[in-house]
Write a new protein. Structure first.
Length: 273
């Protein structure tokens, strides 16, 4: 793979750090970022890896980092979860989740697009979640933020393809990172009526911490393989769980569409305009 400059957000731990390490191993130049750059100082390597502070929700900071790094590949990995029924989540929690998971990547992308267009090349890789394949009770806000990122990615792919710029959406299943323990905020309120739905899911998630089947290093290598392809995928689904979920979701959507086609399809005017 020809050496390129990778700008990776959210490198303090987990998948972001694994992607940075895999890119360096592949001989790529890496701009590793985190809200607190001191926690990733060990990644610094003269001529190969530069560590920078970046809070993706800060538009000015995103513009400055992009201007200084001139990236060819952008990996929007920084994210934050929000666990709780929609009604249980506080207004500020909802805004923070949307800011980090949707507006943050959008800030980085918009800052980078002029440079990518001028070079007529580049690759934007957006890290989504299995919750955007089909969602769960208790992940309504988080899944909505990731779903917005997915639709943004679809449009970007169509807009940028004629300019030689690729867009890939990564849909990871459960990977053994510190996401649950460090990056998953709990809803401000607890309402008893949701104990059997979002409450049950919350207990499942919390019990999974440290036992997730996904290996971040293997996920990072899969992302590197997609990035090095001449025809990278629109969607890269990571892990057996997420792949099975995607297959099941496709079948469910088609089954319901077919069942209701006779009702939903004949909705056009019966005579021409």
């Amino acid at each position: 793979m020809k050496q390129k400059t990778w700008l990776i957000t959210g490198c303090s731990r987990g998948l972001g750090r694994a992607i940075a390490e895999a890119a360096l191993e592949a001989g790529q130049r890496v701009i590793a970022t985190a809200r607190d750059a001191s926690v990733i100082a060990d990644l610094e390597k003269p001529g190969m890896c530069e560590v920078m502070t970046l809070d993706v929700t800060d538009q000015a900071q995103a513009r400055d980092v992009v201007a200084a790094s001139k990236p060819d590949v952008i990996v929007n990995n920084a994210g934050q979860g929000l666990l709780g029924a929609v009604e249980e989540c506080g207004e500020e929690q909802i805004r923070r989740c949307m800011e980090t998971n949707f507006h943050g990547p959008l800030n980085v992308i918009r800052a980078a697009l002029p440079g990518l267009r001028s070079r007529r090349s580049g690759h934007i890789i957006n890290i989504s979640a299995a919750a955007a394949i089909s969602n769960y009770a208790g992940f309504g806000i988080y899944g909505a933020a990731k779903g917005a990122l997915e639709m943004l990615s679809e449009s970007l792919r169509l807009e940028l393809a004629p300019l030689g710029i690729h867009v890939t959406l990564v849909q990871p299943g459960p990977f053994r990172t510190a996401f649950i323990s460090r990056s998953l905020e709990k809803a401000e309120h607890e309402i008893g009526d949701y104990a059997a739905s979002s409450g049950k899911f919350a207990r499942l998630i919390e019990g999974m911490d440290g036992r997730q089947p996904g290996d971040p290093a293997r996920a990072a290598r899969a992302i590197m393989a997609a990035a090095s392809s001449d025809k990278p995928p629109m969607r890269l689904v990571l892990g057996r769980y997420a792949n099975e979920k995607a297959r099941r979701r496709g079948a469910e959507v088609e089954k319901e569409r077919a069942e209701w086609e006779a009702v939903g399809s004949p909705c056009e005017f019966t005579s021409p305009a």
